[in-house]
Design a binder for this molecule. Structure first.
Ligand code: TA6
Length: 305
């Protein structure tokens, strides 16, 4: 498994002041996208959005200072692509958590820009390594669109002769000032699974607040956006999604943070995962030849004091 050559990427897709490719951590190629309303970086390893910064604002995504950039290991932060399963593999515990897509080199399919928008597409298709883990023919495309918002779209095409099932997530790590002063609105009344207890809850009551390890899968078809209110940063992050029947909300808190070697013990107050997903019982069945897109648009808005 190898990456495309940086010189070729810059020659073919680079655009002065807008699109460039550089060697990132671990030597993995990184696409650097700059637009009039913000900037972001995307690693070709795992199709992984590493960072996003709206013009005039603090970075929106969290990246652990202990994140590891090694082939075959997950990156702890940014927006991991969890595919073709979310969480543990349903049958084979030897398989990696959250699937294999984030552990492989992706290709660059296109990189374009206009006055206000920068738009790239990365691709992963089945190969010997993927078929060894998951016996299906597929095309996976990740599209990242940077303008006044950050849009991320994960499209699965079933190139098999039979249907296949999958679960998936765009596992967004948001950077916050202090989790104790953060709430998530937009899930009021939504049913959820508390994965820490295995208990189903009939309805979220009001906004989600954080007082300890929180790991919930909301069965949320996505009519309403999720709004993360960050008092400390004086910012709200609005996440609007499509093609997603689940929203995952996760903060590890102190004990789980201590058990994660690629995560600082003191980092849990500065992060919150709000994940656009099809997870748990929200299993997707994709007929042969058909495609499905899981997508979100994220807008960070400063709130006037
Ligand atoms: O999305 C929540 C979760 O499933 C947590 O249970 C925790 O295992 C986390 O994902 C780990 O995700 P990561 O991408 O950091 O491996």
């Amino acid at each position: 498994m190898s990456f495309p050559d940086l010189a070729m990427l810059n020659k073919r897709f680079g655009a002065t002041g807008r699109i460039a490719f550089r060697a990132g951590a671990g030597g993995f190629p990184v696409a650097v996208l700059v637009g009039p309303q913000g900037s972001c970086e995307v690693s070709l390893y795992g199709g992984h959005v590493l960072c996003y910064r709206p013009q005039g604002q603090a970075p929106v995504l969290f990246m652990s200072r202990r994140a590891v950039f090694e082939m075959g290991k997950p990156i702890r932060g940014g927006i991991p692509v969890c595919w073709p399963w979310f969480g543990a593999h349903p049958q084979d515990k030897a398989q990696p958590l959250h699937g294999f897509a984030r552990l492989m080199p992706w290709n660059l399919l296109s990189a374009e820009y206009s006055a206000q928008m920068t738009d790239i597409k990365l691709g992963l298709c089945d190969n010997d390594a993927t078929r060894a883990r998951w016996p299906h023919a597929f095309d996976l495309t990740l599209r990242i669109i940077l303008d006044a918002t950050l849009r991320v779209e994960l499209t699965t095409r079933n190139r098999d002769k039979v249907p296949f099932t999958l679960t998936e997530a765009l596992h967004t790590y948001l950077r916050v000032r202090d989790i104790a002063h953060v709430s998530v609105a937009g899930l009021d009344g939504v049913r959820y699974l508390d994965t820490l207890t295995g208990q189903e809850h009939a309805a979220q009551k009001g906004a989600v607040h954080f007082h300890g390890e929180t790991d919930r899968i909301y069965h949320d078809p996505g009519a309403d956006p999720c709004t993360v209110n960050d008092e400390g940063l004086g910012r709200q992050v609005v996440i609007t999604k499509r093609g997603s029947r689940s929203t995952v909300v996760w903060n590890p808190w102190i004990d789980k943070a201590r058990r994660m070697p690629d995560f600082g013990d003191d980092e849990y107050p500065q992060m919150l995962c709000v994940e656009t997903a099809n997870a748990a019982q929200d299993v997707l069945t994709l007929p042969a030849g058909e495609e499905h897109t899981l997508a979100f648009a994220l807008r960070a808005e400063l709130r006037m004091p």
